[in-house]
Design a protein around this ligand. Sequence first.
Ligand SMILES: CC(C)(COP(=O)(O)OP(=O)(O)OC[C@H]1O[C@@H](n2cnc3c(N)ncnc32)[C@H](O)[C@@H]1OP(=O)(O)O)[C@@H](O)C(=O)NCCC(=O)NCCS
Length: 182
Amino acid sequence: MNDALASYAVKNPVESDHGRVLALLDRFWRGALVTDDAAQLARQSLERALLLPPLFFQHFGDTSTLVEEETTAGQSEIKAFLIAFFSQSRPHEGYIHFVGVTPELRERGVARALYERFFAKCRSQGRTRVRCVTSPTNERSIAFHTKMGFRADGGDIQVGNVTAKRDYDGPGLHRVSFLLDI
Ligand SMILES: CC(C)(COP(=O)(O)OP(=O)(O)OC[C@H]1O[C@@H](n2cnc3c(N)ncnc32)[C@H](O)[C@@H]1OP(=O)(O)O)[C@@H](O)C(=O)NCCC(=O)NCCS
């Protein structure tokens, strides 16, 4: 196991973890998107929660990961999570849907370790390519994925200096579609 995860409990999520992960999203994503508009932040918060329905915990637990730490009160706190799955339609692809690392553990290799675990699972199933999608305004996510070697798979709109796919997730919801051969 990558050292970054060595002092944590690493497990596959189950259905009862759904609410625990949802409760973290606003804190993990704070500052990820560049806006001060309260209404826009509230809309983004709702959109994020809707992107993570329980089905991911019911049906994609085996390819997803939770990183937990035991607190002094004997409870488990989620420090990071990866929600990912094997494509049903593309037998050579894996897909990373969501990743989040608690702010105090950022840039210590935690997300890299989670990705590498998933890459290893993909390879063991003959899957040689991983895809994911991110918002063109999420600078941290763009920097992370670029550092991990992902490249944008096309695009037809410039958002700042980022090339995105116009209306990818719906009207006005431009996204960067990332691809990595593993
Ligand atoms: C994006 C995110 C998951 C990265 O997690 P992380 O654990 O800090 O990333 P890592 O430490 O594993 O970084 C891996 C590489 O990316 C680089 N990187 C990570 N964040 C970076 C940043 N903000 N700016 C520049 N480089 C960055 C690291 O330096 C590292 O490079 P290296 O391996 O060559 O040293 C984390 O910032 C996060 O949870 N953000 C909020 C949620 C989010 O936006 N998720 C992505 C969209 S679903």
